[in-house]
Design a protein around this ligand. Structure first.
Ligand code: GDP
Ligand code: CA
Length: 347
């Protein structure tokens, strides 16, 4: 529910990988520069990250979205690629290829492997993914952000997105592949016939997740993939209800600009669940909290201003502003506009 003149002591963001991480970087910049109304450098930001892209490869547990957020906010990211470590080298991948070890289409960088080794060892020693993430963040987040930024996996349980694709060689005419195979090997170039979050029904939110939503002064759905990033987070039993019941306003930013995503494969994922690929349709898909959805406000790009009336008709506060994350200032301005949208008066 929109509230007046918010003081932002705590913000909780439900994030995927690259889109969410870039938004978070701009949000933190805006909190520090004073660009975000009601915010300050002391505002605590809790990130609840998608873990349904996670998988085991070469004996290692890889968590792409957690790592993208961690490396981005810790300034260790390869900025051009948007994922993985900067100044990366690939000797291990070359050696694995020389052994003929499959799959060769998924390369792990040498520096990145160190993260996965630490994670895998800790998991095998009995620590939860939350504890492992906290330990990894002591290297990446604490030096730069102190206690103001916290990264939580959505769940400590194993949840994996799988995608059904057409396969004429299979008796059923279909084949189900792990999300990573769909994205990295198939490059999302074939239609997704269905998307399944395996293990989700029996997963529970990681410690601190429901509290972070319930105690926030603002909950944000960044411009992350609405199906396989934010959708899988909301799908963990208990999380959608917590967002619906949150005392704080809930605001989202569209990852769809014009008739497609900016990067990635949100268009393929939306099509697979029967949602039109438009900013307005994604806002309506999330829905207004006044009618059983999860949002109070929805920001679309200025190119999609024509969809505002329809969004207001489904009960959402909506506004059109530039939504391209071309730099920290531009992204901070998006975060500021998101806050203003769900705040009645100037802070
Ligand atoms: P992933 O896990 O790495 O795919 O990252 P996310 O799920 O967090 O974000 C992916 C989404 O970010 C895609 O659907 C993109 O359309 C969106 N995105 C990336 N860059 C921008 C941008 O500059 N503006 C907007 N509005 N969306 C963006
Ligand atoms: Ca992802």
């Amino acid at each position: 529910m929109p509230s007046s003149a918010l003081t932002l002591r705590r913000i909780t963001v439900l994030s995927g990988g690259v889109g969410g991480a870039r938004f978070l970087q701009g949000l933190l910049h805006g909190l520090r520069s004073g660009a975000v109304p009601g915010g300050s450098p002391d505002t605590r930001v809790t990130v609840v990250a998608n873990t349904a892209d996670d998988w085991w490869i070469h004996g290692l547990k890889v968590c792409p979205d957690l790592d993208t957020v961690m490396y981005t906010l810790g300034e260790g990211i390869d900025v051009e690629r948007g994922w993985g470590r900067r100044d990366e080298t690939w000797s291990a991948r070359t050696e694995l290829e020389a052994y003929g070890v499959e799959p060769t289409w998924f390369g792990l960088g040498d520096r990145d492997i160190a993260t996965h080794l630490v994670r895998t060892q800790m998991l095998e020693a009995g620590y939860t993914l939350s504890q492992v993430t906290e330990a990894l963040c002591r290297r990446w987040l604490t030096p730069l952000h102190g206690e103001t930024v916290r990264l939580l996996p959505m769940t400590d349980d194993r949840v994996e997105t799988h995608v059904a694709v057409a396969d004429p060689d299979s008796p059923s005419g279909r084949r189900v592949v792990h999300f990573q195979e769909y994205w990295v090997r198939l490059r999302a170039a074939v239609p997704a016939e269905a998307v399944l979050a395996v293990g989700q029904d029996s997963a529970t939110p990681a410690r601190g997740v429901l509290e972070a939503i319930g105690e926030a002064d603002l909950v944000v759905l960044p411009p992350s993939n609405p199906v396989v990033s934010v959708g899988t987070i909301l799908g963990v039993p208990g999380i959608r209800d917590a967002v619906r019941a949150a005392p704080a306003p809930v605001v989202g930013l569209s990852p769809i600009v014009g008739s497609s995503h900016v990067h990635g494969m949100a268009a393929q994922m939306l099509t697979s669940i029967g949602v039109e690929v438009s900013a307005g349709a994604v806002g309506a898909h999330y829905g207004a909290r006044t009618s059983g959805g999860v949002l109070d406000g929805w920001l679309v790009d200025e190119r999609d201003a024509g969809q505002l009336t329809g969004l207001e008709r489904v009960g959402l506060r909506a506004a059109a502003v530039p939504l391209m994350m071309s730099g920290h200032d531009a992204t901070a301005a998006m975060a500021a506009a998101a806050v203003s949208l769900v705040t009645d008066g100037p802070a």
